[in-house]
Design a protein around this ligand. Structure first.
Ligand SMILES: [Fe+2]
Length: 253
């Protein structure tokens, strides 16, 4: 399996703080059947600055460590970029890293609201042939309160990644229900772990795919798995026609 969103790089992010914790995380992923991990450290989120070249160097070093430790997991470079007015200046300066230097970028929104300039940023990225993947919108209060915003963003051309822990209820019942609502409305394109450690925020891709199979059937599970593979192989991912969402999700909150 392929994990497109993970904070496994040691020292530079809010993931492992030692080499041994890093190796433990990688071993854990391998046991879960995850053989390809996109390392996506935070960037411009107010706490972490991790520019493209620094990440590329670090990933190379980490892959060497995995080889030495005989852990059969391959790391690929990526970045989780917080939406920011200076995003395009950073892009021009070569500080932004798309997934494996391809055409997809993990874009994080603040957890409490959807900035008014989000549409503008998505539009400008698409013009530059970069497709933003909005990470974990199910945990964004702005989308929870006005889910039509998510529909509009997907209609504009952005893709959506749901966190595996949300699907299996690790963030509570409301987040799980909203994740399901997003899938029901064909607004989700990827599932990824966003793992930070081997305890509270670990690799739960298997569990999430099992839950999706139970809830929606095996086709939906393969839709997500294949999309991760298509992206990894540089191919066009599957996108369905999104269904508009009502402003308030009745009976949910
Ligand atoms: Fe993340």
């Amino acid at each position: 399996m392929i994990d497109l969103h993970c904070h496994i790089l040691p020292y530079i992010d809010d993931g492992p703080k030692t080499w041994s914790d890093f190796l433990e995380m990688a071993r854990h992923a391998g046991k879960q059947g995850i053989k390809v991990i996109y390392t996506t450290p935070h960037h411009m989120n107010g706490y972490y600055i991790n520019t493209k070249n620094d990440i590329l160097k670090h990933v190379e070093q980490c892959n060497e460590q995995l080889k030495k430790a005989n852990i059969h997991v391959q790391l690929y470079p990526g970045q989780e970029v917080q939406i920011h007015r200076d995003l395009f200046t950073a892009l021009d300066k070569g500080e932004i890293l798309t997934l494996n230097n391809g055409k997809y970028l993990l874009l994080e929104l603040p957890s409490s609201y959807v900035p008014s300039y989000t549409h503008e940023v998505i539009y400008e990225l698409l013009i530059k042939e970069i497709t933003p993947i909005i990470v974990h919108p199910e945990r964004n209060q702005g989308f929870i309160e006005n889910c039509q915003l998510l529909f509009d963003i997907v209609l504009e051309g952005a893709l959506v990644q749901i966190t595996s822990g949300s699907i299996i209820g690790l963030f509570g019942r409301k987040i799980k229900s909203f994740s399901e609502k997003i899938i029901d409305h064909r607004l989700a394109h990827f599932i990824a772990t966003d793992a930070h450690n081997t305890r509270s925020r670990t690799f739960t891709l298997n569990e999430a795919y099992e839950t999706i199979t139970k809830l929606y059937g095996i086709q939906q599970m393969y839709f997500f798995r294949e999309n991760a593979e298509l992206l990894h192989n540089g191919n066009q991912v599957h996108v369905e026609q999104p269904i508009p969402m009502r402003k308030k999700i009745l009976g949910l909150f």
